[in-house]
Design a protein around this ligand. Structure first.
Ligand SMILES: [Zn+2]
Length: 145
């Protein structure tokens, strides 16, 4: 599969809207031609500040595959990952990230741009985004800056 992939991002947007209605981040992990993990953020639901969409999707697949690496995997997120999730992507050694909306206000709590973190990875991570930003903005709660 070529990245960025419109079909995957469209499915992710629909998944995020269907699962949450809005206001949440949705994330897919893609390996080869398959979506191997799907999640939305559950911070409010479980009162867990680390339960971002990316965190939940990575946790799910790592438990399932019984290792903590996402080698050869692509992370798709409905918005640019926050610095914490950017670090997660580096730790998991994902191949690349495709993000939708460049929702800057969500990483405002940590005054470091996530791309700076992604670029520190020893194994280079491909960074693609904003991708299909207008469609991601249809997710309720996402507001153009
Ligand atoms: Zn995050």
């Amino acid at each position: 599969m070529e990245h960025p992939n419109e079909k995957v991002m469209r499915e992710l947007i629909n998944y995020t809207i269907n699962k949450s209605g809005g206001g949440r981040t949705g994330c897919f992990i893609v390996k080869g031609d398959k979506i191997i993990s799907k999640a939305i953020s559950t911070v409010e639901k479980y009162k867990d500040p680390t339960a971002h969409g990316e965190m939940n999707a990575v946790r799910k697949i790592c438990r399932k595959q019984k290792n903590y690496h996402l080698k050869d995997c692509w992370v798709y997120s409905t918005q640019i990952p926050c610095p914490m999730c950017a670090s997660l992507i580096v730790w998991s050694e994902a191949k690349g990230i495709v993000y939708g909306w460049d929702g800057r206000n969500t990483w405002g709590k940590l005054n470091i741009h996530p791309k700076i973190i992604l670029k520190t990875a020893k194994m280079p991570i491909k960074i693609i985004g904003p991708f299909m930003e207008e469609e991601c903005l249809k997710i309720r709660g996402y507001k153009k800056k």
